[in-house]
Write a protein that binds this ligand. Structure first.
Ligand SMILES: Nc1ncnc2c1ncn2[C@@H]1O[C@H](COP(=O)(O)OP(=O)(O)OP(=O)(O)O)[C@@H](O)[C@H]1O
Ligand SMILES: O=P(O)(O)O[C@H]1[C@H](OP(=O)(O)O)[C@@H](OP(=O)(O)O)[C@@H](O)[C@@H](O)[C@@H]1OP(=O)(O)O
Ligand SMILES: [Mg+2]
Ligand SMILES: [Mg+2]
Length: 350
């Protein structure tokens, strides 16, 4: 294992390396396969951080995968990617220009390998200026509801100009300040809530200022794995009342509210807040976003504007999120990998 530097040379992340070379044609007698003939193994090369490996590649996933004829193999960062495998699928979430180039070159030279996902498409989500653009462009509105994004302003530099810029843009307080770059570093998740215009000068650009939308303190995480969708509830920031807004001045930093411990699925909630967004609306949104973003593995944070039944906002999109927290992810993920592997094999032999 060694440390790899990010684009900006600052934040570092661990990468895992091992040394596995596979035979050219891998066939396996799939466990529990009964009378059926041996199936071809689907070999998945992965390049993930140690944290991601721990949360995603859990024993249950690996066991189920093995039974279904899927083999996970760690990519060795000290050897050329083309010398490894052969892989049917490459799964990756690492940062750095160098790594993006390695994956891009590999994609070009190995068109028969499914690379999840294209580096450029992943990179697009790493900037909050562009992250939600595809949702805004969709203008999704049908009988099931309306899906939009909060109004936001990008501040690249000069904190002292923020109050005036916010005024000119006509943004309504409170505002959520989010670091412009969403590169997975701890800093990129350091958000704050600003109640009052003057104190906005204390913020540190580059950032995005987004209107805070009251949503009853619950958000919906919509996990997407290819064509599959899974929705869970999470606790979120509480609503801000007009009274609080007039009373509170200043900027408040808040911790990562949307992560692990805060599942709201079993909580006793106001049903109008807890009701999941309509399935057909999410199906439409996910399908269109898969296409517009060119990604197959991501999740969306969606909130319902408090007091409405069908007015939704997408506030965040994450590439290869914490699938370990998605119910039944082992089955959904292995089925997805199999469908990719088999599709490819059919194409080759057809
Ligand atoms: N516009 C908004 N209106 C209301 N609440 C918001 C808004 N933006 C963010 N929040 C709250 O802040 C939390 C963190 O924001 P966001 O999801 O954008 O950050 P993140 O660091 O990218 O999160 P993640 O850990 O999911 O990647 C959200 O889960 C939600 O509770
Ligand atoms: O750490 P967790 O398992 O919670 O997964 C989180 C994931 O971290 P990881 O990539 O290090 O795994 C985050 O990625 P980065 O932006 O930080 O790269 C982001 O996608 C979060 O939204 C995920 O939380 P979720 O949205 O699924 O709750
Ligand atoms: Mg989020
Ligand atoms: Mg995020």
């Amino acid at each position: 294992m060694r440390l790899r530097e990010n684009d900006d040379g600052g934040e570092k992340e661990e990468v895992v390396e091992n040394d596995v070379t596979l035979a050219q044609n891998q066939w396996c007698p799939v466990v529990n396969a009964g009378f059926s003939s041996p199936k071809r193994l689907v070999v998945v090369g992965y390049a993930l951080t140690t944290k991601k490996i721990k949360s995603f590649l859990q024993p249950k996933l690996e066991g189920l995968a093995r039974n279904k004829g899927i083999l996970f193999v760690a990519i060795d960062h000290n050897r050329p990617l083309s010398d490894q495998g052969p892989f049917d699928i490459v799964l990756h979430k690492l940062s750095g220009k160098e790594w993006r180039q390695v994956v891009e070159d590999y994609r070009q030279s190995h068109p028969d390998v499914t690379v999840l996902d294209p580096p450029d498409a992943i990179q697009h989500l790493r900037n909050r200026q562009y992250m939600l653009q595809a949702v805004a462009d969709m203008n999704l509105s049908d009988s099931y509801g309306i899906v939009g994004v909060p109004r936001q302003l990008v501040i690249k530099r000069e904190a002292c100009a923020i109050p005036e810029l916010v005024n000119q843009a006509g943004l309504t307080l409170p505002l959520v300040a989010k670091p412009l770059v969403a590169d997975g570093s701890a800093k990129s998740h350091e958000l704050s809530l600003a109640y009052e215009q003057f104190s906005l000068q204390k913020l540190e650009p580059p950032l995005v200022l987004q209107e805070f939308v009251n949503h009853g303190g619950v958000l919906f995480k919509v996990y997407i794995v290819g064509d599959a969708i899974k929705v869970v509830r999470r606790f979120s920031l509480p609503d801000v009342s007009k009274w609080e807004l007039s009373k509170d001045a200043g900027i408040y930093n808040f911790p990562r509210v949307s992560c692990a411990a805060a599942s709201a699925d079993d909580a006793d909630l106001d049903p109008t807040v807890a009701e999941l967004p309509p399935r057909p609306l999410l199906e439409k949104l996910a399908k269109e976003l898969r296409w517009r973003l060119g990604l197959r593995l991501f999740n969306l944070d969606i909130i319902r504007e408090y007091g409405t039944r069908d007015h939704f906002y997408v506030i965040d999109i994450n590439y290869f999120p914490g699938y370990g927290k998605m119910p039944e992810y082992e089955h959904i993920f292995t089925d997805f990998l199999l469908s990719l592997g088999q599709g490819k094999y059919k194409k080759r032999s057809g």
